[in-house]
Write a protein that binds this ligand. Structure first.
Ligand code: GTP
Ligand code: MG
Length: 248
């Protein structure tokens, strides 16, 4: 879907996550350095971004500071996708058929993730499915694809701190995992076929509780870090910039 531009040779970073989490707002901030109003996305969007001054790409780590190639700011392609449940095939396509993909940012709205919040279940559902795709994919291609769970909207007083975003998502994914495997049993899919069932189980087989650390076995590194696109100076997305720069 992004082929025509000729930009596909650039390393790319994929932005995914539920509707309203702030993906397009973040894209605008990364691209232009300032915020602009957004509308819910109906199509994917790819833009060229440059690492900000003073950030060094991971691949430039061993270069001398005087190396002229460091002068040029490392460029990458940032790909925004619609979060609406019916439009997620755009995001999934980019994971299953990646073009020089270096990492995935799964953006969540940290103000909607309290226990019992409907958005928590929807977010966990989407994240579960994405991680399961990565788990299966990485086993096949033996290649890691790191995930940053970016906990956005930290400017709101209702936002959960990153550590709580992590634990509540883990707890909710545990529930999603249980109900999916029960669903498989009930529908008869995978009955008598232990392998099928194993394939669709996220993380460590037989574990009671899901933890993001269980993904390491499948070469999926998951980090959770907080930030906010709105309501705060430039420092509010610094950790996300750093994460991106280390993967380029
Ligand atoms: P879809 O395109 O529907 O998938 O949503 P999206 O993830 O692209 O969300 P979008 O970027 O359109 O942002 C949704 C709303 O959240 C907008 O009104 C943004 O202004 C707002 N928003 C984004 N980031 C922040 C933030 O850090 N803090 C606050 N308070 N609001 C934010
Ligand atoms: Mg959008």
């Amino acid at each position: 879907i992004f082929q025509s531009s000729g930009l596909t040779t650039l390393p790319s970073v994929l932005l995914i996550g539920p509707s309203g989490s702030g993906k397009t707002a973040l894209l605008t901030l990364f691209e232009r350095g300032n915020h602009a109003p957004t509308h819910t996305s109906q199509t994917p969007l790819a833009v060229e971004c440059s690492l900000p001054v003073g950030t060094r790409a991971g691949s430039d780590k061993y270069r001398s500071v005087n190396d002229p190639t460091n002068q040029a700011h490392k460029k990458f392609l940032l790909m925004d996708t619609p979060g609406h449940g019916k439009l997620r095939h755009h995001a999934i396509k980019n994971i299953t058929n990646p073009q020089n993909l270096k990492g995935i940012i799964f953006l969540v709205d940290a103000a909607t993730l309290s226990a019992g919040d409907d958005a928590l279940r929807q977010t966990a559902d989407y994240l579960h499915d994405v991680l399961l795709i990565l788990q299966k994919r990485n086993v096949k291609v033996l290649k890691e694809l790191p995930v940053l769970i970016a906990a956005n909207k930290m400017d709101l007083f209702t936002a959960l701190p990153a550590a709580l975003v992590r634990s509540s998502l883990e707890a909710e994914i545990t529930k999603v995992r249980d109900s999916r495997s029960k669903g498989l049993l009930d529908s008869g899919i995978g009955m008598g076929d232990v392998d099928d069932e194993k394939d669709d189980w996220l993380g460590e087989m037989g574990s009671k509780e899901f933890k993001f650390s269980q993904m390491e076995e499948f070469d999926v590194s998951v980090e959770v870090s907080g930030g906010n696109v709105l309501g705060g100076g430039g420092a509010s997305v610094d950790k996300w910039w750093k994460w991106v720069s280390e993967r380029l």
